[in-house]
Design a protein around this ligand. Structure first.
Ligand SMILES: [Fe+2]
Ligand SMILES: [Fe+2]
Length: 459
């Protein structure tokens, strides 16, 4: 696949970096202030004035009034060559910084991302198109499943609320009643609400979701044995969903239902792999690897979030970590070379930026972009769209939304820890700063919290 090379020089427009290039001072002739300054020979010590160290007041100066020193210009001359060095007052710098931040907030983050060299090709990538043709229609969460997952994610879930999902949907109403009929011979059929209670709320949820997922992914309908019992066992269809929910119930988390939905995404992609992939075994093994990495990160993030009292996105932190690399599974389903690429990059221990660059070059699309699309389609995770999109670059969300920035940072941090896991003995352990990479420089978290969170993780 031909992919355009990224330009050698940064884009000139730069909605993404409107003021990254500082304003160049015009020549000394047009600067009256500069003309008044004495020329200084190269190599000579700089004059000891406040102008040479903007923003740092000298002893005796009022630190409240650094702006009294205007923008200055010192001209260094050597023979006929003149070198201009300009300094700006601290206030001017601050004013420009605010201006840049303001502009950044005004430009939607998506546009800024597509300004990054190479990202424009994403929209035209054949894999991106393939994703929308082959995976998107199957992953799109159907209304019935959506209503059920929504009802379960609220604390006050009742049989009455859950029943709304199939009332008025004759297809599922009929299937459900048939399952209840198969359970026991009754003189009179109970109401839908009564049947849900009889089957158990979670069993009802699993039944309808398994039926709907099988129908939308594989186009199959429920089959019954000679005793009138359903041939498929919903828990066998929903292995990842059920397993994930159990993990959260065991760790006494109140958000096990959201985690169930995250696990469901793996089940759905597993089914899609079964339909689309030639080497189904290899695809299934890769899916399991991505799940294991997500789960490990999620368990670390869960402990971290418990130690951050002001964290505002607790409901989603586990799920966000679990699904952050879901785009990798989609890419592997569409192109098995992705698995080879992934294994190779791991063996060669490529640093993450190199891996990301190579991924974009080779496949024309980044797994976080595909993951973002998955969250949009599987609409219970729409609140996580941006978190998944920026899970390797959370700093891009800093000026957009404080909560999103925080959760994206935690996802990034937790995955860094998961990839390089170690229990910490002392707070000066150098591994702590490798976990908190450059992309997390604006995220404030004490190393003690990281060490304590890691100590609590049972992996
Ligand atoms: Fe990733
Ligand atoms: Fe990851």
């Amino acid at each position: 696949m031909a992919v355009d090379k990224p330009p050698q020089s940064p884009p000139s427009s730069g909605a993404s970096r409107p003021a990254a290039t500082p304003k160049q001072a015009p020549s000394g002739a047009s600067q009256p202030a500069a003309a008044q300054k004495p020329a200084v020979k190269l190599g000579a010590p700089a004059p000891a004035t406040g102008a040479t160290r903007p923003g740092i007041p000298l002893r005796g100066q009022n630190p409240q009034r650094p702006q009294q020193v205007p923008s200055s210009r010192v001209t260094l001359s050597k023979g006929r060559t003149k070198v201009g060095v300009s300094f700006k007052s601290q206030d001017k710098i601050e004013e420009e910084r605010k201006e840049v931040e303001q502009k950044l907030v005004q430009v939607p983050i998506e546009e800024r991302v597509f300004e990054i060299p190479g990202m424009k090709e994403v929209a035209e990538s054949p894999l991106f198109t393939d994703f929308h043709e082959k995976i998107a229609p199957k992953i799109k969460l159907a209304e019935t499943s959506w209503t059920i997952l929504e009802a379960f994610s609220n604390i006050d879930v009742t049989a009455e609320k859950v029943s709304q999902a199939i009332k008025g949907n004759p297809y599922y109403e009929y299937l459900f009643q048939k399952v209840i009929e198969g359970m026991a011979k009754r003189e009179e059929m109970p109401s839908i609400e009564g049947s849900i209670v009889l089957l158990g709320m979670q069993n009802f949820r699993n039944l309808i979701i398994a039926l709907q997922a099988s129908r939308s992914v594989m186009g199959t309908h429920a089959e019954w044995d000679k005793d009138g019992k359903l041939k498929i066992a919903p828990n066998d269809v929903l292995k990842y969903a059920v397993k994930t929910e159990e993990i959260l119930i065991n760790s006494k988390s109140e958000y096990s239902d959201t985690a169930y939905a995250a696990g469901l995404l793996f089940d759905v992609l597993g089914m899609i792999a079964g339909v689309v992939c030639q080497d189904k075994k290899r695809a299934a093994a890769f899916l399991d690897t991505v799940y294991a990495h997500g789960l490990r990160s999620a368990q670390i993030a869960l402990e971290m979030a418990k130690l951050l009292p002001d964290f505002g996105f607790k409901k989603y932190v586990f799920s966000a970590c679990l699904i952050h690399d879901i785009g990798k599974i989609c890419l592997a389903i569409l192109n098995p070379d992705y698995i080879t690429f992934y294994e190779d990059a791991k063996k060669k221990e490529w640093p993450r930026p190199v891996r990301q660059f190579a991924e974009l070059e080779k496949f024309g699309v980044d797994h976080s972009v595909i993951g973002n699309q998955v969250c949009y389609l599987f609409k219970i995770f729409r609140p996580l769209e941006k978190v998944v999109l920026f899970h390797h670059s959370p700093h891009l969300l800093k000026s957009r939304n404080a909560n999103l920035f925080q959760i994206a940072c935690i996802v990034d941090l937790a995955t860094n820890i998961a990839n390089n896991f170690k229990k910490i003995e002392k707070l000066d352990d150098p591994i702590l700063s490798t976990w908190k990479g450059l992309e997390l420089r604006d995220f404030r978290i004490e190393f003690k919290i990281l060490a304590d969170a890691v100590a609590r993780v049972q992996i």
